[in-house]
Design a protein around this ligand. Structure first.
Ligand SMILES: [Zn+2]
Ligand SMILES: [Zn+2]
Length: 247
């Protein structure tokens, strides 16, 4: 089966001229899972030749606006070309409050979406077509999760925003392709985000075959970040919008 990762948005929360907000598309044959719905996701999806109604599921890592700012737009777009199959919506519990608020905002009555949505509360597991999905808690903000997606013997892991910690190494274990955020400059340190050295250490500890760094702030030195990871013996590259990787 054709397994592919398409980078729809490789930026972070700050607007960038050439990077959209966090949005990554994992495709297994005709099943498509959108991982985070950052600003610009629907436009990037269109550029990748797809539209909202082609999505099998949307998986949200946490309730920060750069990761779910465009979720409502994607859900609304479905009205224009309603789907027949249900949309799977994966994410932490806090997502529901946000969706309820947005559905009711400016209206007397909350509107129901005209298509079925199957809600999967995360952390947890679920199956979407050929994908077996497991979400685990990662250190960032309350309720943050990262996703591990297995198809046959292949594994793709997207940790979302996270700081370093054994939880992330566990999530990333044995990944054929590991997507890690890289929002801190080299040698930077906070508990809630990763610098390139920390991302590389996680990838090494997890035995990941390939590391893709993403979630870059504007004017980030991606070459240095990749060099740092390669110096640790990793196969590593920096994400850019539109990049496609076969797994
Ligand atoms: Zn973020
Ligand atoms: Zn965040």
């Amino acid at each position: 089966m054709d397994l592919r990762l398409t980078v729809l948005g490789s930026g972070g929360i700050r607007p960038d001229t050439h990077r959209g907000g966090p949005a990554h598309l994992f495709s297994a044959g005709s099943s498509h899972l959108l991982l985070d719905a950052g600003p610009g996701a629907s436009r990037a999806l269109k550029r990748a030749g797809l539209q909202a109604s082609d999505l099998t599921g949307i998986a949200i890592t946490h309730r920060h606006p750069d990761h779910m700012g465009e979720l409502l737009l994607l859900l609304e777009l479905e009205r224009l070309r309603p789907r027949t199959k249900a949309l799977a919506l994966l994410g932490p519990g806090l997502l529901d409050e946000y969706l309820d608020f947005m559905a009711a905002w400016g209206r007397d009555e909350p509107r129901k979406l005209p298509y079925p949505v199957v809600r999967h509360l995360m952390p947890g597991t679920c199956k979407l077509g050929p994908m077996r999905i497991e979400a685990m808690t990662v250190p960032h903000v309350q309720g943050s999760v990262g996703y591990r997606v297995d198809v046959g013997k292949k594994r793709m892991v997207y940790a979302g925003d996270c700081g370093p910690g054994p939880e992330v190494e566990e999530l990333a274990k044995g990944a054929d392709l590991l997507l890690l955020e890289c929002s801190l400059p080299a040698s930077g340190h906070t508990a809630a985000h990763l610098a390139p050295e920390q991302a590389a250490e996680i990838a090494v500890a997890a035995g990941a075959k390939r590391l893709l760094l993403t979630h870059f702030p504007p004017d980030y030195d991606t070459e240095l970040a990749v060099e740092i990871a390669k110096a640790r013996g990793l196969c590593c590259q920096a994400a850019h919008d539109g990049l496609q990787i076969k797994i």
